[in-house]
Design a protein around this ligand. Sequence first.
Ligand code: BDR
Ligand code: CA
Length: 310
Amino acid sequence: PRQIIIDTDPGQDDAVAILLALASPELEVLGITAVAGNVPLALTQKNARIVCELAGRSDMAVYAGCDAPLVRKLVTAEHVHGKTGLDGPQLADPVMPLQAEHAVDYIIDTLRSAPSGTITLCPLGPLTNIAQAFRKAPDIIERVQEIVLMGGAYFEVGNITPAAEFNIYVDPEAAAEVFLAGVPLVVMPLDVTHKALTTQARVDAFRAMGTRVGDMVAEWTNFFERFDKEKYGSEGAPLHDPCVIAYLLQPELFTGRHVNVVVETGSELTLGMTVADWWRVTDRAPNAMFMGDLDADGFFALLTDRLARL
Ligand code: BDR
Ligand code: CA
């Protein structure tokens, strides 16, 4: 199986992404690293453990990482995810332990001890942990097989400001460094994730599994949907982060372009904007596979099939 580290700030959609990964035999989740994002770190590391326990994987190693962006104050998203970050169903506090090692050191040690080019990083939140690891141990950069991340936007532009997507906006300096690091990069921007929309029929399919996981995912989705439904009158909510894991399982569900992407860190107005050279109007070298489209029915078929195995 392909070896991955999931770096995450759960988040209902992060939770579904973690479940999808744990349900998939093609992937070996080596560890889960938590970062501050949707809610503060104390909650994201706890939420990551709640999700592992729900999947029956209390043996999974969960590490806490950075509690604030590299240089800015943390911006959170309780308006979308609720006070706990995982609002919806009532879930008991996790019993499984948090690992003692810092997430940044775990990422460094794991990349150094594995054969080069065998570990994929899957960031689902702000890129603080990844940028810190690259700063602290530049030798690991060339050892990363690939980074597949959720973040950014092109045609769909922003969801936290008119110009920026949340994960990139929260730590634009970290994102800028990771995009320039030279690691092969696959990006799932809002252009893709806004097509991974829940509908009543898709949520019903989670419920119809008749499992605890199916019920929890349906309840998380119901909570998460209310923001988009009330604010935008849309039919459902975008399952952003599971797109990263779905790509590792079925890349043919996605189409995009290999282009140059740079992150804005200077302008207040467009802070965190992912400036993608979609039409190749510059001579800046391509650094990212920037996805633009998704087979949504195929995505939900995969997700439902896998979650039903838990
Ligand atoms: C991203 O921001 C978070 O709210 C979600 O978990 C996702 O990772 C979408 O912009
Ligand atoms: Ca997330």
